[in-house]
Design a protein around this ligand. Structure first.
Ligand SMILES: Cc1cc2nc3c(=O)[nH]c(=O)nc-3n(C[C@H](O)[C@H](O)[C@H](O)COP(=O)(O)OP(=O)(O)OC[C@H]3O[C@@H](n4cnc5c(N)ncnc54)[C@H](O)[C@@H]3O)c2cc1C
Length: 459
């Protein structure tokens, strides 16, 4: 029986295994995961407590179901959203895969309701305001699982995989891949060599750095990608009410003057909570999530500014990390938060000033300070000008009390070179999901996993 070794138990890796099982394929499947099994994953932040900097790996980003377990569980059902994978296999193919993958999520208990599925008068009005502001509105129906339900859904998938003889080796770290005569023949896991016929690297955003090292070490074809650096914005629900009701998640894109870098909204959480995730070396990065049942008075969303490097510098991950480190340094290791009015006034925010407004920060251990001392000029100006454009679509978005948390960084940058069958330049080695640089969301990563399984079946 052929051996398939999947490194990383995020959505992309587990959907590869799921699809192989669904097609009754006879493979010996092993999944290596450096984090815990899902039932052993816990994060005090989910209970409103402070981050305890879990060692050796952050429970938010590591463990069975990867960054999906504590995510908001928003499945973007349109192939225009979630990464560039459609460029690789064609938009229609990608959409068909998404529709197929969505049915698997439904089979495992995802909510049948879809947000933003029908074109209403409100959506037309929002698009008109966006047009006037110079922003593009991307239509994307969303299936919202919710953080608590996502946890249960992935737990059911974990049980299903184990029942179907998938070997899930949790709390095991893969340090290297084994390549002989330009063929991948296995991986080194906790110092031990595991051999396989097919090796699938699905290590996610947090494993992107490690995969980049593997590429340099083993000559795996890669190209520098884009890096997204930005802030998480938090406003009162009343401010976002119109778009929250009409769209749940507004996907707006702009190219604000004077730099014309792409800036976009991402991961909008009505009634949600600003969250912190920790990467290796204790890099604290801001994120956001929302629960199906517990709601806050605020809406948060990311504003991300894309940066592309060519020559002589081509290491976007390091660039973004340095910015993250400086921001963390100014916040004494915590996420920094600043009121927009203070940025406009050219001053830092002081802790007591945060209690003087209608808006109460949902990330309670964020440190009031000055994010403009850490974020590069180009990024900061692009974001501030984008906020002014957003204000035309969402009046009140650019108000003085609006909160900006930093750093929000998306490490999906370096892209693995591959063809539509996901073949890299190393035989029997495949890369998937966010680590590959081709996806940046739950649904797209899961759909790429399904596509991976089909390539294995066709081999
Ligand atoms: C807080 C949060 C909220 C989010 N909300 C949403 C959302 O609502 N909607 C959406 O579409 N997307 C969301 N995302 C993004 C989404 O979770 C990711 O795009 C998706 O999980 C990517 O899947 P993946 O399989 O590529 O990688 P991941 O989910 O990152 O999984 C990779 C796994 O590989 C493991 N790993 C890494 N390196 C190694 C190694 N060397 N050895 C062994 N194991 C390793 C990691 O521990 C991890 O479990 C969110 C992300 C976060 C962090």
């Amino acid at each position: 029986m052929k051996k398939v070794l999947i490194i990383g138990a995020g959505p992309s890796g587990i959907f590869t295994a799921l699809e192989l099982i669904k097609q009754n394929a006879k493979f010996d499947i092993t999944i290596i995961e450096q984090g815990h099994k899902i039932e052993n994953r816990a994060c005090p932040k989910g209970r409103g407590l402070d981050c305890v900097h879990c060692k050796p790996y952050c429970n938010i980003t590591s463990g069975f179901s990867g960054a999906g377990a504590f995510s908001d569980g928003k499945l973007s059902l349109n192939c225009d959203v979630g990464g560039d994978f459609p460029q690789l296999i064609g938009a229609q193919n990608a959409q068909d895969l998404i529709d197929y993958t969505d049915k698997i999520y439904l089979d495992f208990g995802a909510d049948t309701h879809i947000e933003g599925a029908t074109e209403t008068e409100e959506i037309r009005e929002i698009r008109k305001s966006a047009t006037i502001a110079g922003l593009k509105l991307v239509d994307c129906p969303i299936r919202h699982i919710g953080t608590e339900k996502a946890h249960q859904l992935y737990y059911d998938i974990e049980k299903y995989l184990i029942e179907h003889n998938v070997k899930l080796l949790a709390d095991k770290n893969c340090s290297d891949i084994i390549i002989k005569d330009k063929k991948c023949i296995g991986a080194v896991v906790d110092g031990e060599e595991i051999f396989a016929d097919i090796v699938v690297v699905a290590t996610g955003r947090k494993g992107a750095d490690w995969l980049d090292n593997m590429c340099r070490q083993h000559g795996i074809g890669r190209e520098p990608g884009v890096v997204d650096i930005g802030v998480r914005v938090e406003v009162r629900n009343e401010v976002m009410e119109k778009v929250n009701k009409a769209l749940y998640e507004s996907k707006l894109i702009g190219w604000p003057a004077p730099f014309h870098n792409k800036v976009r909204t991402f991961c909008q959480n009505p009634g949600g909570f600003v969250a912190q995730e920790n990467y290796e070396d204790d890099l604290a990065v801001v994120n956001g999530h929302s629960f199906k049942n517990t709601k806050s008075n605020n809406t948060n969303l990311a504003l991300l500014c894309s940066h592309h490097f060519t020559y002589p510098f081509d290491d976007p991950i390091t660039y973004a990390k340095k910015i993250g480190e400086i921001t963390n340094m100014l916040g004494d290791g915590h996420i920094l938060v600043q009121r927009l009015g203070d940025i406009k006034a050219g001053k830092r925010t002081w802790p007591d000033e945060l209690s003087r407004t209608n808006l109460k920060p949902t990330l309670t251990d964020a440190i009031a300070g000055d994010i403009t001392s850490a974020i590069p000029y180009r990024t900061m100006i692009s974001i501030l000008n984008f906020i002014e454009m957003m204000d035309k679509v969402v009046p009140g978005f650019a108000s003085n009390e609006t909160l900006l948390y930093a750093p929000e960084i998306k490490f999906y940058s370096n892209r693995i070179k591959m063809d539509k069958n996901l073949k890299t330049n190393v035989e029997n080695l495949y890369c998937l999901g966010d680590a590959s640089g081709w996806t940046r969301g739950l649904m797209m990563a899961s759909a790429m996993g399904v596509h991976m399984a089909r390539q294995i079946l066709d081999k």
